[in-house]
Design a protein around this ligand. Structure first.
Ligand code: ATP
Ligand code: MG
Length: 471
């Protein structure tokens, strides 16, 4: 540990585990920039209520880190020596959650302050302090080192070293407003370094999601991943295949909606992390049936970041519709080559691609439904056929499907005049819209009736005649 002259003291404390002796730096209030004004008033309330009840109470994690870097934290986490039950006894608006980590959530309307009891090391069950030892046999890991349950309580020192990255292990102590640093996180912040606590490979094996966090947080914070922390990631990336798909949905949500998704995508790609998350998309990029597909995804991500940074709403289904678009088209082409009608080929392709994707990322059904709607509407938007075409303007997913079509136009997959037609028609009243539609069809040359290819098989039961794979 460093002995930094800017710190007030460098204390040495033996934790409950005789093997762990942690020397730490204490930055008093005048030596750091964390002010109570930067902390949500609800988090302050929680910290003081714990403190006044005689417990140790610190703000920790992203909240402290982001304030030190001059960002606004998106949430506030509190760490304490009170057990979850003791926390619950102090707050009426508290609920205990989690199996992997047992936590208290204190609810203030839409804001949730997460309160976690200091945790010890999972292999160190004997080190539980008596007052919080309510959960013996609470730690559990797999033979390959992955931690499944981690409810062993411990001291603040132990809590610090079982966090993931040094900059995430800084504690703002409400007792004297100091920042406690057990892992040289302050020094790393100063040097703009993102560094794993302990041996990176072991820590990634314990929890492979830390690889995604390394990429996401380093990009969001503008820090460089330290060499030893970065090295194992590409090698260990396949460990993500063992992570429950529901957890990967939560995590991908953060990856995509951070406001830095375009750079995060490149970071994930660089470290081999895209493959386990979006295998079909990676295969489609490799197959290269459409050399513009990568550019299409990059534009989708850039648009997403712009929307988020302008506080506009965003449906994650849109991005997944983009990621999987080429796979759907390739699969539909194959189905047509096998003799399916265009509608059937597309329906089947959508079902196949989505069902494969949800094996790695559990996209909830309400979102997969939106993905399908966006894809389904493409044919109508591009062909502009059908008596009821204009009713599509009132469809709840029209806007998303239209935005999707605009993106396709940027890579030449849809003619720009078609995209412009839809842009223009939205500016008109309903009479003018009907007129514009009539004009389009009066100009259109007479349509020939298409011959249907003979069917080999019927892969779906609800084929939609509005769907076509190749537009
Ligand atoms: P942000 O909230 O900005 O995405 P964060 O670092 O605050 O980033 P959270 O998921 O809110 O992320 O976690 C809070 C803290 O919990 C982290 O700062 C870190 O100390 C600890 N933590 C979270 N996930 C892990 C993990 N997988 N392994 C070890 N510690 C973790
Ligand atoms: Mg956080």
């Amino acid at each position: 540990m460093q002995n930094n002259s800017t710190t007030d003291s460098s204390s040495e404390s033996a934790s409950n585990n005789a093997n762990v002796i942690v020397k730490h730096d204490v930055y008093s209030r005048d030596k750091h920039t964390v002010s109570r004004n930067d902390i949500s008033s609800n988090a302050i309330k929680v910290l003081y209520r714990l403190h006044n009840a005689g417990y140790r109470a610190c703000l920790v994690g992203g909240g402290v880190r982001d304030i030190l870097l001059g960002f606004h934290p998106k949430d506030f986490d509190v760490a304490t020596d009170a057990s979850p039950e003791q926390v619950r006894d102090l707050f009426r608006n508290c609920r205990l959650i989690g199996r992997r980590f047992r936590l208290a959530h204190i609810l203030f309307g839409r804001e949730i302050i997460e309160v976690a009891t200091f945790r010890g090391h999972h292999s160190d069950i004997k080190s539980e302090p008596d007052e919080v030892s309510s959960n013996k046999s609470a730690a559990h890991s797999t033979s390959d080192g992955r931690i499944l349950r981690d409810n062993v309580f411990g001291s603040i020192e132990e809590d610090a070293i079982r966090r993931d990255f040094t900059v995430n292990a800084l504690y703002y102590d409400i007792a004297d407003f100091s920042v406690l640093d057990f892992c040289d996180g302050m020094e790393d912040l100063k040097n703009k370094l993102f560094r794993m606590i302990g041996d990176p490979e072991t820590r990634y094996r314990e929890d492979p999601v830390r690889m995604l966090r390394a990429v996401r947080l380093s990009i969001k914070l503008g820090l460089t991943i330290e060499e030893k922390t970065a090295e194992p990631i590409a090698r260990l990336a396949p460990l993500l295949l063992d992570i429950p798909s529901a957890r990967l949905w939560e995590e991908s949500h953060k990856l995509l909606l951070s406001g830095h998704s375009a750079n995060t995508f490149l970071g994930l790609e660089q470290h081999n992390l895209l493959q386990p998350l979006l295998p079909q998309m990676c295969e489609a990029i490799e197959r290269n049936n459409n050399p513009n597909f990568r550019a299409f995804i990059q534009s989708a991500l850039a648009n997403t970041d712009a929307r988020i940074n302008n506080n506009k709403s965003l449906n994650p289904a849109f991005l997944y519709a983009c990621f999987l678009w080429q796979s759907v088209q390739d699969c539909a082409t194959e189905n047509r080559d096998n003799g399916y009608s265009p509608a059937e080929a597309m329906q089947n392709a959508q079902a196949m691609v989505i069902s494969k994707q949800v094996q790695s990322i559990a996209i909830p059904r309400r979102f997969t439904q939106v993905i399908r709607e966006i894809w389904l509407m493409q044919y109508r938007l591009v062909s502009r056929r059908g008596k009821k075409l204009l009713s599509i303007l009132d469809h709840p997913r029209f806007r998303a499907a239209y935005d999707f079509m605009l993106l396709r136009a940027t890579i030449g997959e849809v003619q720009q005049d078609v995209a412009d037609w839809w842009t223009d028609i939205q500016k008109l009243n309903s009479e003018q819209q009907k007129k514009m539609f009539r004009e389009l069809h009066s100009q259109a040359p007479g349509r020939k009736k298409k011959k249907r290819r003979p069917k080999k098989n019927n892969p779906t039961t609800d084929a939609n005649s509005d769907v076509e794979g190749n537009q």
